[in-house]
Design a protein around this ligand. Structure first.
Ligand code: NDP
Length: 486
């Protein structure tokens, strides 16, 4: 086993914990159906856990098959009025939701961090503002739908089922709900089992915005709830973000039906550093690419491709930078890397990291004092990785970067595309022409140049190959929620 552990971490910041006094959480949340919270038909409530402390936060209802069927009926009943509403009126509701998210942003950020384990700095500065921005953006599109689809005549699809993962709970809900509603659809959202709370606060926001009952349904539950939703006959479209395995299951379940489908699945995205790049800037981008949100990011730059001539220099700088990452209490405003979302996810990361060591890659993990309770994994880098290693192929979905090298531009492209995924990529170079050449040769839905993990509601996001199909964001994000009439 070739493991190297850094021992010189200096903790030079006093704790700066965010207050929780201002949040208004109930002890128990039901299913949000027909504009109100209700008990699940089988009375099942399960606690949602803070992954940084393993303490329960609140009890949340689990939607069973009968609840899913009732939700679809309620949504179907709400559809005609909502679809017939003047475009500008629909826009006003979206605008109100966006404003209410902004008003409650501090509370939403704290709850997102408590429920999911991500650093408060990220939920406060990225997740919540971007969620509001998506509602604002699609509020603007609601009365301009034709211009988003080449001036064709369009109509809504109907009832859409939306299943989101745990890595960006509120943001993924906004990515899904905002375009669906702007296009005149009604939506049933299934949040992830481990992070239902901000979606339930969003249900309260829909009430505050006086959104007509049934236009948005929030159905917390487990995988079974999602599977039941997918198999409902009266659903016109499913939009899913999550693992490739579940995406495959959904695609198989919908084969031969007229239910539309978009899938946003996993990734093993290449972050490519050329020798002419500004290396210090690239190192910041590498850190942001893989350690942002503990690496629980579908487009994480988890395969780092470095040009051989600058490999040693980049690794030295990266390792030094990694040593300054602060890992620990996500509620501390200084924390860079928070808790792993669940015990299951921690186990998956540990299994793949052990495989990396067994297969002979060289592991370096930063040393840091991790809290005794909760789920933690210290930032880790693997060098001497071969393209055949599991850690170069499989999505780890944790704070672990696998480093490979290349000599020429052609080799960089070949290696970057040598993946069953194709979600995102990063290119670090000083030459604009090289960036454009490489970007157009990469089979990746999003390519960032001299930056990484940069999200914007106006930009389309989505994948190739096993990363899924369909686009979210910007005008391209309208198309999957509309039928072209003429
Ligand atoms: P899943 O794909 O299982 O979960 C995503 C969502 O789908 C959740 O809401 C989940 O519900 C729901 N779901 C689970 N099973 C079904 C089903 N049969 N039919 C319909 N919906 C279902 O991801 P995991 O949470 O299990 O994570 C596993 C791995 O997936 C991670 O290690 C990571 O590699 C990858 N992943 C990728 C993501 C991405 O954005 N690309 C996001 C999340 C995970 P519930 O949570 O209640 O089980």
């Amino acid at each position: 086993m070739s493991t190297e552990t850094r021992t010189t971490v200096v903790w030079d910041y006093a704790p700066a914990p965010e207050s929780v006094d201002h949040i208004r959480l109930k002890d128990r949340y039901g299913l949000f159906v027909d504009g109100d919270f209700r008990d699940p038909s089988d009375g099942r409530y399960v606690p949602t856990i803070n992954p940084a402390t393993e303490e329960p936060i609140a009890e949340v209802a689990y939607g069973g098959p009968d609840d899913v069927a009732a939700a679809v009926e309620s949504a179907r009943a709400a559809l005609p009025k909502w679809a017939a509403l003047k475009d500008l009126e629909r826009a006003k509701y979206l605008f109100r939701i966006a404003r209410l998210i902004q008003e409650r942003s501090r509370e939403l950020a704290v709850v997102e961090t408590l429920d999911g384990g991500k650093p408060l700095r990220e939920s406060r500065d990225v997740d919540i503002p971007l969620a509001a921005a998506h509602f604002f953006h699609y509020a603007g599109w609601a009365d301009k739908l034709r211009y988003g689809v080449n001036a064709r005549e369009v109509r809504p699809l109907g009832v859409v089922g939306q299943i989101v993962p745990w890595n960006f709970p509120l943001l993924m809900a906004a990515w899904k709900l905002a375009p669906a509603l702007a296009c005149g659809n009604v939506a049933i959202l299934k949040p992830a089992e481990t992070t239902p709370l901000t979606a339930l606060l969003l249900a309260e926001i829909c009430q505050e915005a006086e959104l007509p009952p049934g236009v948005v349904t929030i159905l917390p539950g487990n995988g079974g709830t999602g599977a039941a939703l997918v198999r409902q006959k009266k659903i016109n479209k499913i939009a899913f973000t999550g693992s490739t395995a579940v995406g495959r299951d959904i695609q198989a379940a919908l084969a031969g039906t007229d239910t539309r489908l978009t899938l946003e699945l996993g990734g093993k995205s290449a972050n490519i550093v050329f020798e002419d790049a500004a290396l210090d800037q690239a190192v910041e981008g590498i850190v942001n690419g893989i350690f942002f949100n503990q690496g629980h990011v579908c487009c994480a730059g988890s395969r780092l491709l470095i040009q051989e001539s600058v490999h040693d220099e980049v690794i030295a700088k990266l390792w030094q930078r990694m040593g300054r990452l602060r890992v620990g209490d996500p509620m501390d405003k200084n924390t860079d890397v928070g808790a792993i979302n669940s015990a299951e996810q921690l186990e998956r990361i540990e299994t793949l990291v052990a495989a990396g060591e067994d297969e002979g890659a060289h592991r370096r993990t930063i040393a840091c004092d991790l809290p005794e309770r909760g789920y933690w994994f210290a930032p880790t880098m693997f060098t001497d990785v071969s393209p055949a290693h599991r850690i170069a192929i499989e999505e780890i979905f944790g704070p672990v970067v696998s480093v490979l090298t290349f000599r020429t531009q052609a080799e960089a492209i070949e290696k970057a595309n040598n993946s069953r995924y194709g979600l995102a990529a990063g290119i670090w170079t000083d030459k604009g022409s090289k960036a454009f050449e490489v970007a157009s040769a990469l089979k990746a839905g999003v390519v960032w140049q001299n930056t990484y993990n940069h999200f914007d509601p106006t930009a389309a996001f989505g994948g190739y190959k096993e990363s899924g199909f369909g686009r979210e964001g910007g005008p391209a994000g309208l198309r999957p929620y509309l039928q072209i009439v003429r």
